[in-house]
Ligand binder design. Structure first.
Ligand SMILES: Cc1cc2nc3c(=O)[nH]c(=O)nc-3n(C[C@H](O)[C@H](O)[C@H](O)COP(=O)(O)OP(=O)(O)OC[C@H]3O[C@@H](n4cnc5c(N)ncnc54)[C@H](O)[C@@H]3O)c2cc1C
Length: 198
């Protein structure tokens, strides 16, 4: 859903008890997209109650904001295709793998699939193979599947770490994040992985 709120081009995210909440800046300077992965169906709350919950979850960042669209809720599913290709056919993006949106990685993985497939098809053409040959397409599958599985595993780990009520898990999560934040090399590595450059 969209919310009328000035954003100055900054995306913000909270990992609270009500589930990961993100305010994502849209092209319009005073409109943000709200993505809230919650165990409760917040779309059924009356608008004023919903805005109250939102203000609480965003630590006051949405104070004074108003709804700019309808709210929609749907179940999130983690799905991995066991097979990406068959003769003449290749699955890419969410058709091959759908992950939790908490880190905004789904589209990046799809773009990386597309880049890999194009590289393999171009290579096949130079080598004189038919692009739709199973052997050619399998190269794409072999290159992308492990990466996409790892990404899904990482998102599942993040999700569990942020929704666990166990104090020790919370402590380990916070210490881990702080360690990455303070270590330039690890932080750069995390950024490269998240942006699909590695
Ligand atoms: C709430 C939420 C927030 C997200 N936030 C982010 C984010 O911040 N960053 C990010 O990188 N990713 C995010 N994602 C994930 C991202 O949206 C998806 O990974 C991405 O859209 C997948 O792209 P796709 O082209 O593979 O599939 P889709 O975007 O699903 O596109 C498939 C298209 O095919 C069409 N279609 C389906 N069936 C047929 C048919 N039979 N005939 C013709 N057309 C058909 C559909 O209508 C659709 O337009 C988010 C996902 C969700 C659910």
């Amino acid at each position: 859903m969209r919310l009328s709120l000035a954003h100055e081009g900054v995306a913000r995210q909270w990992f609270g008890e009500s589930g990961p909440l993100a305010l994502l800046p849209l092209v319009e300077p005073d409109l943000v997209a709200v993505v809230w992965s919650s165990f409760d169906d917040l779309s059924k709350l009356p608008p004023s109650a919903f805005l109250g919950r939102l203000e609480e979850a965003s630590e006051g960042a949405t104070a004074g904001a108003t709804l700019a669209s309808d709210r929609f809720a749907f179940p999130l599913m983690q799905q991995q295709s066991l097979q990406y290709v068959t003769e003449g056919v290749a699955l890419l993006g969410d058709a091959a793998h759908a992950i939790h949106p908490l880190a905004g990685q789904g589209a990046n993985l799809g773009f990386a699939d597309a880049r890999c497939l194009v590289t393999e098809l171009a290579g096949a053409r130079i080598e004189g193979h038919v692009p739709g040959d199973l052997g050619v397409l399998k190269r794409y599958e072999r290159a992308r599947k492990p990466h996409n599985y790892m990404a899904a595993l990482a998102m599942e780990g993040f999700h569990r770490a942020f929704t666990s009520g166990m104090p020790l898990v919370g402590l380990a999560r916070n210490l881990g994040l702080q360690f990455v934040q303070e270590n330039k090399t690890l932080k750069q590595l995390a950024i490269s992985v998240a942006s699909g450059r590695l």
